[in-house]
Design a protein around this ligand. Structure first.
Ligand SMILES: *Cc1c(COP(=O)(O)O)cnc(C)c1O
Length: 441
């Protein structure tokens, strides 16, 4: 399997190079030359296989040349001691993706990424340094995924005072090979500092740097597995595939879903549900892609005006193809709040703000006649699942004002007991460079 840049079809690199390189040298994103297919035997048993086994079958054809099957087998079992349960809530399914250690779906990608990097870098003398900018969730998942991995250290940059206390402890509370930098500035400043670091000649000579954001193929591929698991379990004996609603920001998650679909997972339709940052729903409607500045919302992990993975979607599908496969819809903060309150009242189920955007998107499309009417749950002709991208306790400040106390899962209790320790710097590149070269991280 080779990967090429979305900006140049003539580049062909291995999985190892695509993963460790992150972005292609020409600034494009790596995409596979062909999307592999599940075997008939795997397809027919998706509904009954264990999660780690589905992950193995999903990832295998993408990495075969670089990771032997026996090694991959160990990786998926150690990465996924938790499941992605498909639960019935009211008139539909919810696919809960928050049972990993940092309680957001990003654990699925980050935990495989850490293990694959560690394997691909085996025997290298110089340690690898991963630099990552976060607005909250990515930093925690990457820090947790790489914690204790030999030969790799991680530096997470986050905007000081703009992540929740829980997120800060997830990012800055581990210590060891994970260091945290609180930047006096915004998420955009953090991202710009990381970009400057990658372009700096001195740093490039002295350190082996890599990135861990959602454009990395090694984070994307493993995410396809939970679509296949969910679709297999939901569609079990029926002939119709699953309708999957994906709360989206940077569109890595949805891209992974499209890969699962192409591999043969029983999926009929995708819903791209965004908050008011609706660049992609607008594109689906009128065929014009217009990136814009992001606007702050309650579902802040989806505040993206220029989703980077769109370039990947466009490499595989034309506008017409996307319109056949994906319905776009958006939800504002007022409806997000109303939905959290209503679902708690009607179903005694807590939605986090991101999942609420997905839930409401489904209602909106049903009311406009774009979707078959529910119910979409167990035994229905048209099963539909909303992906739940984060545990509601992660966004307790918002959720609890609309429901009542949200019980904290054990993983988050553990994080709350940690003490956050970060260096603070101004949003100037020289400050970051000094820390990186000073060997103090
Ligand atoms: C990152 C994130 C999203 C958005 O996922 P994309 O892959 O960027 O579309 C949605 N919800 C939560 C909770 C997230 O952390």
């Amino acid at each position: 399997m080779h990967y090429y840049s979305t900006r140049d079809k003539n580049t062909a690199v291995s999985f190892a190079d695509a993963a460790l390189g992150g972005l292609a040298p020409d600034g494009g994103l790596y995409v596979p030359e062909t999307i592999p297919l599940y075997s008939g035997a795997v397809k027919s048993s998706l509904g009954t296989m264990d999660y780690a086994d589905i992950a193995f079958e999903t990832i295998k054809p993408w990495v075969e040349a670089d990771i032997p099957n026996a090694v991959l087998e160990d990786m998926v079992h150690s990465a996924y001691p938790f499941d992605a349960p498909l639960v019935s809530v009211g008139d539909r399914f919810v696919l809960e993706l928050f049972h990993g250690p940092t309680a957001a779906f990003k654990d699925f990608g980050a935990r495989f990424m850490a293990r694959s990097f560690s394997y691909l870098r085996r025997g290298e003398g110089k340690p690898l340094k991963i630099l990552v900018a976060t607005s909250g969730d990515t930093g925690g998942a990457v820090a947790d995924g790489f914690y204790g991995v030999e030969g790799i250290s991680v530096t997470v940059l986050y905007p000081k005072g703009r992540v929740s206390p829980l997120q800060e402890r997830q990012i800055a509370g581990l210590g060891g090979n994970i260091s945290a930098i609180a930047v006096e500035g915004s998420f955009d400043d953090c991202q710009s500092l990381v970009k400057q670091a990658f372009g700096d000649e001195v740093l490039k000579k002295r350190l082996v740097l890599s990135s861990a954001n959602s454009i990395n193929v090694s984070r994307l591929i493993p995410q396809a597995a939970y679509y296949s698991a969910g679709a297999g379990r939901a569609s079990g004996k029926q002939k119709t595939g699953l309708i999957v609603c994906v709360p989206s920001g940077n569109f890595g998650n949805l891209t992974a879903g499209l890969y699962a679909f192409k591999m043969g997972a029983p999926i009929n339709l995708f819903i791209a549900a965004t908050n008011i940052n609706k660049t992609v729903p607008d594109f689906l409607e009128n065929g014009k892609y217009e990136a814009r500045k992001s606007q702050a919302t309650l579902s802040n992990a989806m505040d993206v005006g220029a989703p980077s993975n769109f370039e990947r979607m466009a490499a595989h599908f034309s506008w017409e193809e996307m319109r056949r496969l994906i319905l776009g819809v958006y939800t504002d903060d007022e409806d997000t709040r109303k939905t959290i309150g209503a679902v708690y009242r009607d179903c005694a189920y807590f939605l986090d703000p991101h999942t609420a955007v997905g839930w409401h998107g489904v209602d909106k499309l049903r009311d406009s006649g774009a979707l078959p009417c529910g119910p979409w749950g167990k035994g229905s002709e048209n099963p539909l699942a909303v992906l739940s991208t984060a545990h509601p306790a992660k966004f307790a400040e918002t959720v609890e004002t609309l429901t009542g106390p949200v019980p904290l899962p054990d993983s988050l209790k553990k994080a709350m007991d940690r003490k956050a320790e970060a260096r603070t710097i101004t949003a100037e590149f020289e400050a970051l460079k000094e820390l990186l070269l000073g060997n103090t991280l």
